[in-house]
Each structure stands twice: as C-alpha cells, then as structure tokens.
Design a protein around this ligand. Structure first.
Ligand code: GCV
Length: 669
C-alpha cells in the first residue's frame, strides 16, 4: 500500500474502554449503502478491538450494536432533503442502536459512532442525534486527464493518467475517506474543461466514469462532472453553443439523456463559463441564467442539478483603469438575475470577491441574492495560502465566513444560514471545497494539510464545531491520541493562519505573489498586469479605494457593513487596505503607523514560524517518523518562504516611502 489511511487509521482502544456490545454488530437494513455501513463498522472495530469482528444479520440475545434504517424517524430537520440525512446513536440497556432515516444517514451514523469510539467520547456524547447542516457537501477536483492537477500540491491525480481513468485500491480508500467526513457529492474533473475532458460525458469515457459512480454510490456519494459550455461545437457539428439555439438545446438534452442511460444515479454538472477564457453565454449576448437554465432543463427530467460558478470577471483589464474593480464582478453579473434561475440550479460563490486570498471580505453576493440557490465555495487546496508547504489551517477562516452576518433580512442572516437553506428554505445548497489531494503517500503533501480536508467535511456537517475541536479530533485520529501531541499540534494549527497572514500581503490587500505560480512574494508581480489584482502602492500610501468615491464596491453590502467598510476609522483593520487607500503614516488602533505595522508583522511572522519549528521538534519519536519528517521538511521550507516574504515586503515599502523601522532592524534585500 503506497498511501496512508489518514484519519481512518484506527488504533487499538484500551481494554477498559471496550464494551461487550462492540463485537456484535447487527445489520438490520438492506441495500448497498447499508452494506457499506456494516463493512465499515467491521473494518474499524476489528482494528480497535484487536480481533476480527463479523457482521450479523439477526437480532441476538447478547448486547449488540444494531445498525438500522428507520424511515419514519423524527428529526428536527427544516426540509425533506436534510431530514433524510438525520441519524441517531443511543443506548438501550447494554446495546447501542445506530439509526438513520435513510441508508446514507445510517452510514454517517456509523462513521460518527466509530469516531466517538476512537476518540473515547462514547459515554460523554450519547445519546447523539445529528442532522447535517449543509444539504450538499461537495468536493471539487481540479484534476485534468493528463494526470496533472490544476493548483495541486500533493503529487499527481489518482483519478487519471495520460488520458486514462484509473481505478484501484487507492480510489476505494479515497471514497471511504470522503464518506467518513460527510461528503455526499464529488466533481471528478477540473472546472477548466479542456479538449479531452470534454469527452467525459460521452461513450469515450462514460463506462469508466460509471465505475467511479458505482463506487461512490456505495458510500452515499453522488458523482458530478464539470462540462465544457462549448461542447455542442466541439463534439457535435453545431456551429454555436448559444443556450437559446434549438439545436444546442437538443444536443444537450440528448447528451444528458445518454449520460443517465449509462449512469442512472449521476449527480449533474459543474460549470465555469465566461471566466478566464472559458466559453459561455456572453458570446451570444445571453445571460448566465439563460446558460444555466438550458442545462438545468436538460438535467431536470433525470433529477440532476447544475452548479454554476459565479467566478466571472474581466481578466483583460487595463491596470490604469481605477474604476473597473474585479471585486465587484460577481455581484454585478449575478445580482440582477436573482429569481430567474431554475430550481435545480445552484450558484456556487467563492468565499471572497477576489480569489481565495489569505484575507478577503465575504462576497457581498451572499447578502444580495434571496431567490436563488447558493453554495459557498472555499479552497481546501492552499493555492494562495502556502501550497501545502507552509502550514495554514483554514478552518478558523471558514468559520468566520460562515458566521458573517450579511444582514440580508434581519440581523442574523449569516452565510451559514443562507447556504444551508435555513434563511430562504432552499434544499439544494451547501458547501463546496476545491480539494487538496493528490497521489502523494500522505494524500495532501504536508501531513498537516489533511486537517483542512478533514475540517472541511466536519464543518459542513456541523458548523458549530470549533476550529480547536476539529483540530483536536483530526490530530488524535491521524497522529496520536497522546495529550503531549495534541498540546503541540492544536495550537500550531489554530495559530497558523494568523502567522501566514503576518508575513504575507498586509491588511487584506492580497496578491503580491509570484505570477502564475502563486507561491512566494513578488510585490509588483500582478500590479501592472491584466488580472485586476492591484495594491496601488505609491510613495505615500497603499490600498484600493473601494468606497463610493472609489470603485463603489462597498455599496454592494447591506447596512451596516456598507457604512462600516466605507470609513477608515470603522473598517475592520485586517481589511483596511482592501477598502481604502491609506498613507503609510496613518495611525492604526494599536497606535502604530501603517508602515510600522507592516514591518513589525513581517518580523513577527518569521519568529512565529521559528517557534512552530521548535514546537514540532518536540514531537520527535511521539508520532510516526514519516509524518514527523514530512512536516519537519515542510517547516524548513516555510521558514525560507517567510523570510523571503519579510525581506521583500519590508524592503519594497521601505524603498517606496523611505520611512525607517522604529526598531532599527535590518531591512534590505
Ligand atoms: C481552475 C484561480 C486559479 C485558477 C482556477 C480559477 C478558478 O484563478 O488560479 O487555476 O482555475 O481560480 O477558480 O476557476
């Protein structure tokens, strides 16, 4: 086996923690997913008890763990789609009952139960009931069929190699891992659909895709594919892909019908249109609602859905143009279409208005749309947040985003409530994560980056979990249950976003990265380019004026945010340069000038990485040598990166403004 089991590496539990019922699982439900639930139970429990555990199918006299589906189980779910995902774990005398309202829910119940046993939480947590908060919990793969992964930092794809679809034990392990954290939807190919991938929805690949669909189905996961909006032109003999053209409509209907003939349980399409060179409805003067609804109508008779991305912006901008603002783009394009999308369309919105920077405000589109299904897109892959070399645990960031109050209706209309369907009663919505896996032995390049993957799943099931709780669970399941390990790993993870932010681009301005690669600093790398990603630094100050007098971006927020962001004095300082052009001598709430803040945080960032290294060294011999060495090596590279950021950022601004560091440290490059 050339891969680890991550958080599914079940370890023996203490003798005194074993309950007599554990070795008698009784499966009282039928079907492939229920069977998987039974199998998962036996795999895990055999490891934890240190003896083989076999599945029984009839009630026995002795204490047992009963796995059952109770279709009329009562739940507190707010809609039917969620209700079906509810499960319960409780004790009756010496037996334990795991019941799901559906087989998929039972499987989630079993994974939850096994986690509780592994973490020694059984007595504390039972009786336990759960209705997942996000109806859809989706992984987006950016894997290409040549075997590469766009923005992949952990090896090559385990789905494809040289335009062939791979299917092996690793794929099965992957499906288990995904199901165990609550994933119920997976998109198997990159949103940038190139020539060969366009054929995924045809007979060239469908039979092989079906293998994945069947595997995922065993784990209660639906398979989705990204499609090329210009497929009728590239695969058919139609000269256009105009969504209102009858030939185009018919082409898609036929293509979709065929997909469902081969794969009856297919989930639907993910679409990136009119974005970064991808084709889309704009070519024909049509709207994104025209485009999405055309596909939605083709999918609807089969129960499929369209996930349509809002990452649509002008990537051919003139840097001298200070009015066009990339941050405005998603809202400007999609807001006026609210209420015009079909019921089986979901708009997938990136968490911020730019592109997964270390700090961005929450996209104002969440607080704007009210009559449209929405999904939050975050990037588990650390494209701009250290590329799985640097440690950056993203759960605290995602929790802030979910907790953000959009004030769309009343106070309390948080992103969590919106994308979980609680605010507007939708059932087709949820969270999508651009996944960070590859064929590296440890799946995620840096062992600690797996905490982001695990955490994404856990958060989409239960957003009320704290970042610390998730970190602790992950660390205990993946590294060691010993307190001395958790005591080091949990704070390391939980402080890592703040550390990364300190040595990165300051106060929400973002970018300053090496163009194209997006790792390491290049302060002006994107400054005079076409991508709309400017920091506007000059001799006197830095930042983008996004007030009404500037690009007007602030007006896309509901009150009170509009007013709060509009003034330097009230704008949260971590976002100050995102919203305002600020002189270097401006005094922040800490009493420091902006320039001194930039110098100080960049020195602090490096010191904090040095401290992390020390902490990590103390784990030598307490976790697997492989994981220890992997992270040791990554931290050494992180330190080099942090120093480079510190020196380049500080030197750049020192040269621009000529203001010396109050602490007289060496600032040069
Ligand atoms: C898949 C950013 C990334 C691209 C990515 C794009 C997107 O621009 O750099 O690699 O393309 O986002 O989200 O579509």
């Amino acid at each position: 086996m050339n891969y680890t089991k991550c958080w599914l590496d079940y370890q023996p539990i203490l003798e005194e923690k074993k309950k007599s019922c554990y070795c008698h699982p009784v499966l009282m439900a039928e079907g492939v997913v229920a069977k998987t639930a039974g199998e998962e139970y036996c795999i895990a429990m055999s490891e934890m008890l240190g003896e083989p555990v076999d599945l029984l199918y009839d009630i026995i006299e002795e204490p047992s763990v009963c796995l059952e589906v109770v279709e009329d189980m009562e739940t507190d779910a707010t809609n039917d789609a969620l209700a079906k995902q509810s499960f319960k774990i409780h004790q009756e005398e010496d037996s334990i009952i795991i019941s799901g309202k559906s087989a998929e829910a039972l499987l989630q119940g079993v994974f939850t139960f096994l986690r509780m046993v592994a973490l020694d939480q059984i007595d504390e947590k039972m009786p336990y009931t759960c209705t997942p908060v996000m109806p859809l919990r989706m992984m987006n793969h950016w894997d290409d069929m040549d075997g590469s992964i766009e923005r992949g930092y952990s090896g090559r794809s385990f789905f494809y190699d040289d335009y062939e679809i791979l299917y092996n034990e690793r794929t099965e392990m992957y499906a288990r891992m995904m199901a165990s954290i609550g994933t119920n939807a997976i998109v198997i190919n990159n949103v940038n659909v190139h020539e060969k991938e366009t054929y995924l929805i045809t007979d060239v690949y469908l039979q092989q895709v079906k293998q994945y669909t069947d595997l995922f189905a065993k784990y209660g996961i639906k398979l989705f594919m990204s499609v090329n909006f210009a497929a009728p032109m590239e695969l058919g003999d139609i000269p256009v892909s105009d969504p209102l053209n009858p030939d185009v409509i018919q082409w898609w209907e036929k293509a979709v019908k065929h997909v469902y003939e081969v794969i009856p349980n297919f989930g639907g399409f993910l679409v990136k249109a009119d974005s970064e060179g991808r084709p889309g409805p704009f070519t024909y003067g049509r709207t994104h609602a025209d485009g999405a609804n055309m596909l939605a109508k083709a999918l609807a008779p089969h129960g499929g859905i369209v996930v349509w991305r809002c990452f649509v912006y002008n990537c051919g901008q003139d840097w001298r143009d200070r009015k066009t603002d990339r941050a405005r783009a998603a809202y400007d394009h999609f807001m006026e279409l609210d209420g015009t999308f079909d019921d089986n369309v979901i708009l997938q919105i990136k968490n911020g208005p730019m592109d997964f920077q270390v700090r961005e405000p929450v996209s104002p589109l969440f607080g704007g749309l009210k009559k449209t299904n929405m999904m939050l897109e975050v990037q588990i892959a650390q494209e701009y947040t250290g590329q799985q070399i640097d440690l950056c645990y993203l759960i605290p960031m995602w929790k802030e985003i979910l907790a953000f109050d959009t004030y769309a209706d009343d106070e309390g209309t948080t992103v969590e409530k919106i994308v979980s369907g609680q605010s507007y009663g939708q059932s087709v919505c949820g969270m999508a994560g651009v996944i960070n896996t590859g064929d590296d032995e440890n799946w995620t390049g840096n062992d600690l980056a797996a905490a982001n993957l695990y955490g994404f799943g856990r958060l989409s099931m239960e957003p009320s979990l704290t970042a610390e709780e998730i970190a602790e669970e992950w660390s205990k399941l993946s590294l060691s249950k010993e307190k001395e390990v958790t005591d080091v790993v949990v704070p390391m993870l939980c402080n890592s976003w703040s550390t990364y932010e300190k040595y990165n681009a300051p106060l929400g301005i973002g970018w300053m990265v090496t163009p194209h690669y997006h790792y390491g600093p290049d302060i002006d790398g994107y400054e005079y380019d076409r991508w709309g990603t400017y920091h506007r630094a000059d001799l006197h100050g830095i930042g983008v004026d996004r007030t009404e007098a500037g690009t007007g971006y602030v007006t896309q927020y509901n009150e009170p945010w509009r007013s709060i962001y509009a003034k330097k004095e009230t704008c949260p300082e971590e976002l100050l340069l995102f919203f305002h052009y600020v002189p270097y001598t401006y005094v922040l709430k800490t009493g420091k000038t902006l320039i001194q803040h930039i110098y100080d945080t960049h020195f602090e960032g490096v010191e904090e990485v040095e401290e992390m290294q020390k902490q990590w060294t103390s784990l030598n011999g307490k976790i697997s040598d492989r994981a220890f060495e992997c992270v040791t090596e990554r931290l050494a590279r992180q330190l080099e990166n942090a120093k480079e950021w510190r020196d380049r950022v500080n030197t750049y601004f020192y040269r621009k403004c000529g203001i010396a560091d109050e602490k007289n440290r060496n600032i040069y490059l």
